[in-house]
Design a protein around this ligand. Structure first.
Ligand code: AMP
Ligand code: MG
Length: 510
């Protein structure tokens, strides 16, 4: 260890390593964070680096060898200009308020600005103890690192706003979880790491000055258009609501379950953040929960819109003194915005779900048509992703009675009601005036063929953990880059799990 430490100081002032930091969060008052360096690890090895993302965020690592990258993205080497810190926040966890959380194992090494002017946080997750580690070890097991890498990159390719994966290393050290596991460090890139819980932390201390400082910083960084509004804080609040409504509606239209929608895991930027026990639905069921710690089903698939609203009410509460000097007036402004959120979310959800069944020209009876399909899917335990992807196979605008429904029909077993539904579906599409070709193209552009299926993610982790083999990791990651395209020879990745492959529970792995 001593060797590594002296290594750090000897290179610290001598090189940028392609990272030109431009830090802003560290300029905030020091009650917003604790300055803390990553704790060096024994023998970091880089197993993933995202060159495309590196280019997008304006950093240059093409000529850097993987040994140096491993040192940097494990935190063993701190490039010049980095100013490592862990942020403090609070949060409602499963509904109960925890007054202080914070980055217990994540260290923001700095911010970079891309050529387009976009600012990005670069954070190492699993980089060692911080003042917010509580009883944790500040580390991460390799499994959750792989899960977050795959899931976040897949989500990005699916068109969902998300934190991104820049790099991943193994540490050469074990961590103790249910058993000893190989350790890993994940480099996360985000528009920012400010959470609903960051606002709650200061608000619950009655530190209005800091809530204001944080709001001003966040508006300038993430929602600069609000600066022109009559009341920038109301405008900011409504913008956050809108970006969350968009986000959660999109999650649901693709079958994503976050799993731990605590207020500390909800980003103000509208990015999906903190991939823990998250998973995509296999069989459609609104009550589906994967997380091993979600005993009450609070964060079930179908609850996510309401939970987002609940979390955003907590944000509203934190912002109350900024919204209006008269508290009653402030409360009614927040309540009205939350009601608007509900409508906006439902509209957005319906619009996205109707696109999945080829409908762009929304009519009143369409939600009933959609509801009937969802009911049949639930009744028959139909795979969510396959169902929508295969639905375009049964489009027949002449609405001839179909004597067989190909693979799509097989998903519903011997169910005859699906024949009736397909007839109604075809009648409806025939009314839209759109050609079959256009409808099929539309549907295939919103219904992915490839998603990060749980059972494959588990297999990838197993191969990495047991055999240090990343072949499947790389192949799967590659396929997930083009989720809507047919990729010849890779049908296996689109299959639903067999009964023995079915993942029933997921774990935070913390
Ligand atoms: P999560 O719900 O996974 O986002 O984590 C909740 C809180 O626990 C956050 O404050 C994390 O920083 C902290 N935490 C999770 N795992 C660890 C760990 N291994 N060591 C220290 N803190 C952790
Ligand atoms: Mg978290």
């Amino acid at each position: 260890m001593d060797n590594i430490s002296s290594n750090i100081s000897s290179v610290k002032d001598s090189d940028f390593f392609g990272l030109h930091f431009d830090n802003s969060f560290s300029e905030l008052p020091d009650k917003f964070y604790s300055k803390v360096n990553p704790t060096p690890v024994e023998s970091p090895k880089l197993f993933a680096f995202n060159n495309l993302l590196a280019r997008q965020i304006g950093i240059d690592f093409l000529d850097t060898d993987s040994g140096i990258k491993a040192q940097i993205f494990s935190g063993n080497i701190l490039p010049q200009g980095s100013d490592p810190l862990s942020t403090v926040y609070a949060g409602h966890q499963f509904g109960g308020y925890v007054p202080q959380l914070g980055d217990g194992r994540a260290i923001l090494i700095g911010e970079v600005v891309g050529q387009d002017g976009q600012r990005w946080d670069i954070q190492l997750k699993g980089a060692g103890l911080t003042p917010y580690s509580r009883a944790g070890d500040g580390r991460s097991a390799l499994g959750p690192v792989i899960r977050e890498y795959i899931l976040s990159e897949a989500m990005n390719a699916l068109g969902i706003k998300t934190t991104r994966a820049l790099a991943a290393v193994t540490t050469g050290q074990n961590v103790v979880r249910e058993s000893k596991k190989p350790g890993g460090i994940f480099t996360r890139v985000a528009l920012s790491h400010i959470r609903v819980g960051t606002f709650e932390y200061f608000s619950n201390k009655r530190d209005i000055k800091s809530v204001t400082t944080l709001a001003d910083y966040t508006i300038k960084r993430l929602y600069p258009e609000c600066l022109d509004a009559d009341n920038k804080y109301i405008s900011f609040y409504k913008s956050v609501l809108k970006s969350q409504a968009d986000l959660v509606a999109k999650w649901m239209s693709l079958g994503f379950i976050h799993g731990v929608m605590n207020t500390d895991n909800m980003s103000i930027s509208g990015e999906t953040i903190d991939y823990g026990p998250c998973a995509f639905l296999d069989e459609y069921n609104p009550r589906k929960v994967f997380s091993s710690i979600d005993y009450q089903g609070r964060y079930a698939y179908g609850n996510q819109g309401e939970i987002a609203q609940w979390n955003l009410a907590r944000l509203g509460q934190a912002l109350l003194p900024l919204i209006h000097e008269n508290q009653d007036k402030a409360v009614s402004i927040i309540e009205e915005a939350l009601t608007e959120f509900g409508h906006f979310f439902e509209d957005k959800w319906l619009k996205l779900m109707l696109l999945k069944i080829g409908i762009q020209d929304q009519q009143e009876s369409d939600s009933k048509l959609l509801g009937q399909l969802l009911n049949l899917m639930q009744k028959n335990g139909v795979d969510f992703t396959l169902c929508f992807r295969l639905l375009s196979d049964v489009i027949d605008l002449n609405a001839e009675p179909l004597d067989h429904l190909c693979e799509f029909g097989n998903l519903f077993g011997a169910e005859s009601e699906i024949h009736e539904w397909v007839k109604k579906f075809n009648n409806r599409l025939a009314n839209s005036g759109n050609s079959t070709e256009n409808i099929v193209d539309l549907m295939n552009s919103v219904n992915p063929k490839y998603i990060p299926r749980n059972h494959i993610v588990e297999e990838v982790i197993k191969q990495a953990e047991n055999n240090d083999d990343y072949t499947l990791f790389n192949e799967f990651l590659n396929i997930l880059q083009n989720p809507f395209e047919e990729q010849i020879g890779y049908d296996g990745y689109a299959k639903k799990p067999s009964p023995d492959q079915l993942v029933k529970q997921t774990f935070c792995g913390t």
